[in-house]
Write a protein that binds this ligand. Structure first.
Ligand code: KIV
Ligand code: ZN
Length: 512
């Protein structure tokens, strides 16, 4: 019989540790709702001890979601575990996830603790977490670089203390698949009580091997995979959910394990994560990249036309591409929009629906067909970003071959209107100079890119920027049929994210 692999999604926690990828509470709630729809078994909603914002987001997610397990991360201190429990206690299925490093280098230099001290601390932490909930996960940070026998000893003790899942991370992404698979086998064979817990793995992608290592671990008996959407996460990221799920789906005979993920939700979840975090999916990214199902070479196109199986190992419909898209147009009514938004996972109040409906009508006047991606942009911009400090109210640009590009801009700053005009080398430069003048922004623009959100010349243009101010990095995203407006929105979104980062400083990031 095919075994089940539990999918533990950590997009909201490890994923949020991607440089610049901060999300506000409303955005996290939206993503959490979509992750539940995708069918993840557990979502790690955050690290409540890190900041007030994290605590609030985890609490809200825990209160709202009823199907999925909601986990909160904690170091081994009582304070961290109290915060984690405080945030998840109202979840239908809460989990506390506590961790401590077990490699010699981390114990000696970072923790300044002996092996015995780490062992005792792990046991105490698991017992303390267990006093709140049955459902406790223990992770040995830097597990892949830990002494094998010590690792097994810590896992055995953690299980004895009550851990129901033990997680083996490749924290710095150093492992090689064969080696990692054999480590998982070793742990399975040398942890006497391992059958009383689920053995999990958590891989980072520094050598581009996170998915390969995770699959090798599954082949060797691991039954929980810790993953993120689009593989976002600390440094080079984490194992990508879509890659593991589709590998298991596409190669059932070889891997002999399956998940409960609704694969037709993969593409929309990937889009949502990219839109909310501002992190672009590289075009050649496996499964969800724009080119993942595009056949360029004539010989391939010919083969696919004759039989798609010649060059296509997966069907685009399986991940939700090109199916299930209700197309709305300018004659669609409020009711149709409302029920479609509900299906997409948005339960809007009457007031919110009015706002979205007005924007939808404006867009439908410019664009023949409005698809899910367009609606996602409207809701993200109008509803999820309500706590924004800066908002674009008006933009007028003069540009051409014989005039000096000039922009007139009206913003609201904390609901107070401000207006101004400015020049630049080109229209976008003029807009950015004017916005910077009005907001007093001193941030540096590190990156600027434009792409089309959907096909067709009337598609929304999507702009992504990366800003840096005093060591803080923020990504900004904006979409509009007019790319100058999209550029202005992206810049303003980046500035809002910088404001959010300044207002929500991390209390505790050490050890992560
Ligand atoms: O990479 C890592 O070791 C982690 C742990 C907290 C599980 O993210
Ligand atoms: Zn990690």
């Amino acid at each position: 019989m095919t075994d089940r692999v539990i999918i533990f999604d950590t997009t909201l926690r490890d994923g949020e540790q991607s440089p610049g990828a901060s999300m506000n509470t409303a955005e996290k709630m939206r993503l959490a709702t979509q992750l539940e729809k995708l069918g993840v078994d557990i979502m790690e909603a955050g690290f409540p001890a890190a900041s007030e914002g994290d605590f609030e987001a985890v609490s809200k997610i825990a209160e709202k979601l009823k199907q999925v397990e909601v986990a909160a991360l904690a170091r081994t201190s009582k304070d961290d575990i109290d915060r984690a429990w405080g945030a998840v206690q109202h979840a239908a299925k809460p989990r506390i996830h506590t961790f401590i490093a077990t490699s010699d280098i981390h114990m000696e230099y970072k923790l300044k603790m002996s092996r015995d001290e780490v062992l005792t601390t792990a046991i105490e932490a698991v017992k303390y977490a267990k006093s709140f909930t049955e459902n406790v996960e223990f992770s040995s940070e830097d597990g892949s670089l830990s002494d094998r026998d010590f690792l097994c000893k810590v896992f055995e003790a953690a299980i004895e203390a009550g851990a129901t899942t033990v997680n083996l991370p490749d924290t710095v992404g150093y492992a090689i698949p064969q080696e990692f698979g054999s480590l998982v086998q070793y742990v399975g064979a040398h942890t006497p009580n391992i059958h009383k817990a689920v053995l999990s793995v958590h891989c980072h992608n520094d050598l581009g091997l996170a998915t390969a290592n995770t699959l090798a671990a599954i082949k060797s008996g691991a039954r929980q995979a810790e993953v993120t959407i689009n593989g976002i996460g600390e440094r080079a990221g984490n194992t990508s959910l879509e890659e593991v799920v589709m590998a298991l789906h596409t190669r059932p005979n070889f891997l002999d394990a399956a998940t409960h993920i609704r694969t037709d939700q993969i593409f929309s979840t990937s889009r949502l994560v990219s839109m909310i975090t501002g992190i672009i999916v590289q075009p050649n990214k496996a499964i969800v990249g724009a080119n993942a199902f595009a056949h360029e070479a004539g010989i391939h196109q010919d083969g696919v036309l004759k039989n798609p199986m010649t060059y296509e190992i997966m069907k685009p419909e399986t991940i939700g591409l090109s199916t299930n898209k209700l197309i709305l147009g300018k004659h669609s009514g409020r009711h149709a929009l409302h029920s479609h938004l509900k299906e997409m996972g948005y339960d809007l109040s009457d007031e919110e629906l009015n706002l979205v409906f007005t924007k939808f009508k404006e867009l439908a006047d410019k664009k023949k067909h409005v698809v899910d991606e367009d609606l996602e942009v409207i809701v993200t911009e109008r509803i999820l970003r309500t706590t924004d400090v800066f908002r674009l109210e008006y933009l007028h640009v003069i540009s051409g071959t014989t005039v000096l590009p000039m922009a007139s801009v009206e913003l609201s700053i904390n609901e107070r209107p401000v207006r101004g005009a400015g020049y630049g080398n080109g229209p976008i430069d003029a807009v950015y100079n004017t916005i910077a003048k009005l907001t007093g922004a001193t941030s540096e623009l590190l990156r600027f890119s434009v792409s089309a959100l959907t096909g067709g010349t009337d598609a929304l243009g999507e702009v992504t920027v990366r800003l840096r101010e005093n060591g803080l990095i923020a990504l900004g995203k904006g979409a509009d049929p007019d790319i100058i407006t999209a550029s202005a929105k992206a810049y303003i979104n980046g500035l809002n994210r910088l404001e959010y980062l300044k207002a929500h400083p991390l209390k505790a990031s050490e050890g992560l």
